[in-house]
Design a protein around this ligand. Structure first.
Ligand code: HEM
Length: 555
């Protein structure tokens, strides 16, 4: 047990030696030296039972360094409880409930804590914060080919991150913003060609996937044109469920990697990124896409990285670049369509900045559109596309980490889940309500006496029974703690694509609102969006059925 604990390793051969050698040695000693042979099974049964008992007793005992942090007792015994819970997609709400019950620091696994205290974010995730956790080892079934987002060594992570910063920084973004505008134009045209009702989420999926392929690999996907005939989105959604389970128990991923049948969904998912990367390498560089930077094509003196690294980062671009943006935009439209007054106000701002005839596929007025920015931030405050964010782990060979009154011992993993922070009334007034005005009040652009008070939680349209619920918080003081806003995470290992994501969201919202009036399907139960929104590091969400009508009256 001490060896397992202190020499934590993902090597299966070492596990084998630790699990099999001691009982075998005892058998040999007993049989040949003491002359008392027993069945081999008895030695193994006694050894493994003692080992499991020792592990469990230690984890629930006061000798464990995380003893003082409260949490459900069963979660202390093994991480399998939490892994099973995470595969339901309900992890964010579960952690939120634990925080409500136990406080701001909760132990939700043997060596895992969740932290809901914004004052600790800087120390734990800032420039001298803690490196990433091992979840991507389990999710990607490998210790060697982990994409940049999951590299645990801080130095190595920041070294790999440099190419992403060059490829997604303001200068590179300027170079390929035309890709976003071209695809946004195509989206708006294709929406207009649809008859009757559309699931806006599907179209936003197609848009973000095509943008991601153009931006990262210089092309290769035409979902907006052809639809999703190869089910790439289904592959993505099916792949994230087993990846979520194995991300919680990463060592198991290395065993599962040897069972081809068990990882069919995951394999298909991994192949997506690989195909993209291979096609791009064969084609060579046409435009300075993200791959151009990841492959060091902009630094001729620097050798290109190994092929596997490019493939791994290709997969990261697929997931990080496509799903998050689509998720955010689906939530934006859901929120707008369930809050007609907000929709009207935003459309007025769009009409002022991009009146009919003005090119909406241009960032010319984005910066001055403060209400648009507020709507985007508010939608991803309520529905952060990465709801639990990525775990961090205090290195086993470090002295541990002190932050405020918190001490995290070596080997402790922790999460600072955006969902729990965003829905905490100590950080945001009316935390369950969609209320973009809060961002304007906080920025001093709207005076508190002019407050348009938020609608009841989540939805305010006629399609929801919540509309008749009495408003419960009218008298509360205004609270807005932006340091608790973590949709893009925090520090040098935060989201590398925030600039691109904001450009995509602003462009699509402006272009769609300029061209169309939208409404939800009559009678659609809007509250099912919140109920059926699931977190698997990225998210899966229910359909948002809408009807679009051209504002200029043409068909
Ligand atoms: C609304 C859209 C998006 C949201 C809310 C979002 C959010 C996040 C979050 C929470 C993380 C985890 C950071 C951490 O571990 O602390 C992350 C990582 C990352 N995101 Fe985004 N993201 C979005 C769009 C994008 C786009 C368009 C790209 C472009 C390819 C991108 C690229 C990345 C990369 C490369 C990482 C890994 C960063 C690292 O580990 O250093 N993201 N994102």
């Amino acid at each position: 047990h001490q060896l397992f604990r202190t020499r934590e390793t993902y090597r299966i051969d070492v596990h084998g030696v630790l699990l099999l050698a001691p009982p075998t040695l005892l058998l040999v000693l007993d049989a040949y030296i003491a002359g008392r042979p027993r069945s081999l099974l008895a030695y193994y049964a006694i050894y493994w039972t003692s080992l499991v008992a020792s592990v469990v007793l230690y984890r629930i005992s006061p000798f464990h360094p995380l003893w003082r942090y409260p949490g459900p007792v069963w979660c202390r015994t093994t991480k399998f409880w939490h892994a099973a819970l995470a595969t339901t997609g309900a992890q964010p709400k579960y952690l939120q409930r634990l925080h409500e019950q136990y406080g701001d620091v909760v132990r939700f696994g043997p060596n895992d804590v969740s932290i809901r205290d914004p004052s600790l974010i800087g120390a734990l995730m800032g420039s001298s914060g803690v490196g990433k956790g091992p979840n991507f080892i389990g999710a990607m079934l490998t210790t060697t080919n982990v994409p940049m987002v999951g590299i645990m060594d801080v130095e190595e992570h920041l070294r790999r991150r440099r190419a992403w910063n060059r490829g997604l920084g303001p200068a590179a973004l300027k170079e390929h913003e035309h890709v976003v505008f071209k695809r946004a134009r195509q989206l708006v045209e294709r929406l207009g060609e649809q008859q009757g009702e559309v699931n806006i989420g599907d179209w936003l999926n197609y848009f973000s996937y095509d943008v991601m392929s153009d931006m990262t690999f210089g092309g290769g996907s035409e979902l907006l044109q052809d639809g999703d005939a190869n089910n790439v989105w289904r592959v993505l959604e099916e792949g994230v469920v087993p990846a979520t389970f194995l991300g919680q128990v990463p060592w198991l991923g290395l065993y599962v990697a040897h069972l081809p049948a068990a990882v069919k969904a995951l394999d298909a998912f991994l192949h997506l990124g690989k195909d993209f990367a291979m096609r791009r390498i064969e084609r060579g560089s046409i435009t300075p896409d993200l791959f151009h930077y990841l492959n060091n094509e902009d630094l001729p003196d620097k050798p290109p990285p190994p092929l596997q690294q490019l493939v791994d980062d290709g997969i990261l671009a697929v997931v990080a670049g496509a799903d998050t943006v689509s998720s955010a935009m689906t939530s934006i439209f859901h929120c707008l369509l369930t809050h007609p007054e907000t929709y009207r106000r935003l459309q007025e701002e769009v009409d002022r900045s991009y009146p009919p005839g003005e090119d909406a596929f241009s960032p010319k007025h984005h910066r001055e559109m403060t209400y648009l920015q507020a709507v985007i931030y508010e939608a991803i405050r309520l529905y952060p596309p990465v709801m639990t964010s990525s775990p961090r782990k205090v290195p086993q060979d470090s002295p541990g980490v002190h932050a405020g009154s918190l001490y995290l011992s070596p080997g402790t993993s922790f999460l600072i889940p955006p969902f729990a922070l965003h829905r905490d009334p100590r950080n945001f007034s009316f935390p369950e309500s969609f209320w973009p005005e809060r961002w304007l009040i906080a920025a001093g652009q709207l005076a508190p006496p002019d407050l348009p008070l938020p609608s009841p939680p989540h939805v305010a349209s006629k399609t929801s029974p919540a509309a008749s619920t009495p408003q419960p918080y009218l008298q509360s003081a205004f609270v807005h703690n932006e340091s608790a806003f973590m949709a893009f995470s925090h520090g040098p290992m935060n989201c590398a694509g925030k600039g691109l994501a904001m450009l995509e969201m602003r462009t699509v919202v402006c272009a769609v609102l300029q061209r169309y009036d939208m409404r939800l399907r009559e009678g659609w139960n809007a509250s099912c969006y919140e109920e059926r929104y699931r977190d698997y590091f990225v998210s899966t969400r229910p359909e948002v059925p809408v009807v679009l009508v051209r504002r200029d009256g043409s068909v």
